[in-house]
Design a protein around this ligand. Structure first.
Ligand SMILES: Nc1ncnc2c1ncn2[C@@H]1O[C@H](COP(=O)(O)OP(=O)(O)OP(=O)(O)O)[C@@H](O)[C@H]1O
Ligand SMILES: [Mg+2]
Length: 603
C-alpha cells in the first residue's frame, strides 16, 4: 500500500519528532570525522568557558591573600593566572569559531544531500502523484524541509549540545568543590527557568499565530479589493472595502500588541527567576565566606558560573519555538520521502529486447480511480512496422492507451506486451527508451528551441538537431526568428503557437528515433497545408517504426494499416479505411460528417 502524502499540517507529536531526528542522523554520519572534530572543539570551548570562573576565583583568592599579608605585596602579582585567564577566553572564542567553520561543510552538505534525495524521489514518484499535487506546494515543502534540517543541525550543535555540556561541567565543579546547596539551587533555578520559558512561549505562540493570520487576511483583502478595482467603483464601495480592511488591521494590531507585551512579560519573568536564584546563591555564599568555609574567590566563582549558565538559556524561548516549527516542517519532507512510487521496477526487472517491435494489448481493463473504469476489455495488436490509428469521441480513452503503453500507470486487468514481453516485468528505463511520444498537450522547457529539441538526445550534434527540425517542418520557421535556434520559448513554451510547439515536439521525437512511435493528436493545431507536409515526412520517418496514431481528423489516418474506433473505453469498430467505410458504421458516419465540414470550409 502506498500512502497518500498530504501537505497540510499533519498531526505530529514527540514520537514523530524523535523519529525525524533519527532519520537525520545518516546525513551526519557520512561526515562523522568532521562532526567529531566539531564536537571536540565544542567541548574544548566549553572547558574554557567553565575554566574562566575557576581561574577568576584563583586570582581573587591570591589577591585577597596578598592584601591580607602586606609583606608579600611586591612579589605577588599573579601574572601566570592573569595570563591563563586571558588564554582561556581566547580558547573559548577560538574553539567556538573552529567548530562553526568545520561544521559548515556538514551542514550544507546535509542540505544538498537531502535536496537531491527528495528531488530524485519526486522523479521516481508516479504521474498520478504529480497530477494530484500542486508543484508549488511540493517545492515549498522541500524548501522548508531542507531549511529546517539546517536549523535543527544548527540548534543542536550551536545551542543545545553546548548548553548541555556546560551544564554537566558546571555540575561537576559545583558538586565536587562545594556544598550540595549550590548545585541544587543552580539547577532548580535552571529548571524553573526552562519550564517557565516553555510554558510562556507555548502560550504566546497563539498571539503570534493570530497576528500572522490577520496579517495575511488583511493583505488578501487589500489585494482582492484592488484587483476588483472596477467592481468596487461600479458599486461605490470604497468605504466598505476600507472598513473591512481597517477592521482586520485593528485585530492584527491587538494581537501584535499582545505578542509584544507578553514578550516583555517573558523577558521580565526570566530575569526575575535569575535574580532570585543568584540572590539565594549569594546569600549562601556570603554566609559561607563569613563562616570561613569559602573564600572570596569561591563567591565570585559561584556567581560568575551561574550568570554564565543563563546566557545561552536566554535564547531558549526562540529556540524552543523554532525547533517545534522546524520539526513540523521536516515531518512534511520526510513524509514525502516515505511516499512509495506506485509504479516500481520489479526486483529482477529485465531490459526490453526489441526484435520486431510488435505491440499488443491483451484484454486490457483500466481505471484511474477504482470507482470509474475507463478502458473495458481493449485488445489490439500492431504488427512490426505497421501503423494503427485510434479514433473516437473526446474522453473515449485514446490518450489513456498511450499512457498505459508508456507505463505511467499499470493496467488493472489484462496485459500489454512488446515482442511478447510484459511491460510490467521490464525496467521502466529500457521501456521508455524504445517509445517516442508526441503528446496531446506539449509543454516545453523555458529554454532555447535548440535545447528543447536536443533534449531527446543531449549529445546529439547540431546537424542532427537541424535535420530533425527540417523533418518536422519547423526549421524554416526557426531560421526566420531574430534569435533563430536560440529563441527562448517562455514558460511551458507559451511564446510559441500551438502548432509550433507540436512541431518542436515532433522534431524531438524524430531525434530520439525510437522503434515505437505514438502520436497523440500530434498535428491537431496545424492548418491543413502544414499538416500534409508533416504527415509526409512522418510517413518517411515512421516507415520502419511501429506506430500508434491518435487522431480526430480522419483525413490524417486514411492510410493506416488498421483503424480502431473507440467509444467510452471500448473498441466499437475495427478495420482499414475501406472496410470501415463499407461497413457503414460509426466511422463511415464520422467520415461523411468531416467531409461535409471540409467542403463547407472550402466553399
Ligand atoms: N488522471 C486521471 N484521473 C482520473 N481520470 C482521468 C485521468 N486522466 C483521464 N481521465 C479520464 O479518463 C477518460 C479518458 O481520458 P483520455 O485522456 O484517454 O481521453 P481521450 O480519448 O484521449 O480524449 P480526447 O480526445 O479529449 O483527448 C476521460 O473521461 C478522463 O476524464
Ligand atoms: Mg486525448
Amino acid at each position: 500500500m502506498y500512502v497518500h502524502f498530504r501537505p497540510t499540517e499533519a498531526p505530529h507529536n514527540e514520537r514523530t519528532d524523535l523519529y525525524n531526528i533519527k532519520r537525520m542522523m545518516p546525513f551526519l554520519w557520512s561526515y562523522r570525522g568532521r562532526v567529531l572534530f566539531a564536537l571536540v572543539s565544542l567541548m574544548l570551548a566549553k572547558f574554557a568557558t567553565v575554566g574562566v570562573p575557576i581561574v577568576l576565583k584563583e586570582i581573587v583568592d591570591q589577591l585577597d591573600l596578598v592584601l591580607n599579608d602586606p609583606a608579600s605585596i611586591a612579589a605577588a602579582l599573579p601574572l601566570s593566572l592573569l595570563l591563563g585567564y586571558g588564554a582561556l577566553r581566547l580558547m573559548n572564542v577560538m574553539f567556538s569559531e573552529l567548530r562553526d567553520a568545520v561544521f559548515a561543510r556538514v551542514r550544507y552538505r546535509a542540505m544538498r544531500d537531502i535536496s537531491t534525495k527528495v528531488v530524485r524521489h519526486l522523479y521516481d514518484l508516479s504521474l498520478n502523484f504529480h497530477l494530484e499535487r500542486r508543484t508549488g506546494g511540493i517545492s515549498r515543502d522541500l524548501e522548508r524541509g531542507t531549511r529546517s534540517l539546517s536549523s535543527i543541525l544548527n540548534y543542536l550543535t550551536f545551542n543545545i549540545i553546548p548548553t548541555l555540556t556546560e551544564f554537566a561541567l558546571v555540575a561537576i565543579v559545583l558538586f565536587s568543590q562545594y556544598d550540595a546547596h549550590f548545585a541544587l539551587i543552580t539547577f532548580a533555578t535552571v529548571a524553573i527557568y526552562i519550564i517557565y520559558t516553555m510554558a510562556v512561549t507555548e502560550w504566546r505562540m497563539h498571539f503570534r499565530h493570530a497576528m500572522n493570520a490577520y496579517d495575511s487576511q488583511a493583505n488578501s483583502q487589500a489585494v482582492d479589493g484592488l484587483i476588483n478595482y472596477e467592481t468596487v467603483k461600479y458599486f461605490n464601495n470604497e468605504a466598505y472595502e476600507l472598513d473591512r480592511y481597517n477592521h482586520t488591521l485593528s485585530q492584527w494590531e491587538d494581537s501584535a500588541v499582545k505578542s509584544t507585551s507578553t514578550m516583555a512579560l517573558l523577558n521580565f519573568g526570566q530575569g526575575a527567576i535569575i535574580a532570585l536564584g543568584v540572590t539565594v546563591i549569594m546569600i549562601y555564599a556570603a554566609q559561607g565566606v563569613l563562616d570561613g568555609d569559602m573564600s572570596l574567590g569561591d563567591l565570585v566563582l559561584v556567581n560568575a558560573m551561574m550568570l554564565q549558565l543563563f546566557i545561552p538559556l536566554g535564547f531558549l524561548g526562540i529556540i524552543y519555538r523554532s525547533m517545534k516549527h522546524a520539526l513540523a516542517d521536516m515531518d512534511l519532507m520526510f513524509k514525502l520521502l516515505d511516499t512509495r512510487p506506485e509504479i516500481q521496477d520489479q526486483d529482477q526487472a529485465k531490459s526490453l529486447v526489441i526484435t520486431d517491435a510488435v505491440v499488443e494489448f491483451d484484454h486490457v481493463n483500466f481505471a484511474y480511480n477504482p470507482d470509474r473504469q475507463i478502458l473495458h476489455d481493449v485488445s489490439l495488436r500492431i504488427p512490426s512496422g505497421q501503423k494503427l490509428a485510434v479514433v473516437g469521441p473526446s474522453g473515449a480513452g485514446k490518450s489513456t492507451l498511450a499512457r498505459l503503453l508508456f507505463r505511467f500507470y499499470d493496467v488493472t486487468g489484462g496485459s500489454i506486451t512488446i515482442d511478447g514481453q510484459d511491460i510490467r516485468q521490464l525496467s521502466q528505463r529500457s521501456l521508455r527508451e524504445s517509445i517516442g511520444i508526441v503528446p496531446q498537450d506539449t509543454v516545453l522547457f523555458n529554454d532555447s528551441i535548440y535545447h528543447n529539441i536536443q533534449y531527446a538526445h543531449p549529445d546529439a550534434t547540431e546537424v542532427d538537431v537541424r535535420r530533425a527540425a527540417q523533418l518536422a517542418n519547423i526549421h524554416d520557421f526557426i531560421e526566420q526568428l531574430p534569435q533563430g535556434y536560440d529563441t527562448v520559448v517562455g514558460e511551458r513554451g507559451l511564446k510559441l503557437s500551438g502548432g509550433e510547439k507540436q512541431r518542436v515536439a515532433i522534431a524531438r521525437v524524430i531525434l530520439k528515433n525510437p522503434r515505437i512511435l505514438v502520436f497523440d493528436e500530434a498535428t491537431s493545431s496545424l492548418d491543413s497545408h502544414s499538416e500534409q507536409v508533416i504527415l509526409q515526412s512522418l510517413r518517411d520517418v515512421a516507415q520502419q517504426h511501429t506506430t500508434l496514431v491518435i487522431a480526430h481528423r480522419l483525413s490524417t489516418i486514411v492510410d493506416a494499416d488498421q483503424i480502431l474506433v473507440m467509444d467510452q473505453g471500448r473498441i466499437v469498430e475495427q478495420g482499414n479505411h475501406q472496410q470501415l467505410i463499407e461497413s457503414q458504421g460509426v466511422y463511415a458516419r464520422l467520415w461523411e460528417l468531416q467531409k461535409e465540414q471540409q467542403e463547407q470550409v472550402q466553399h
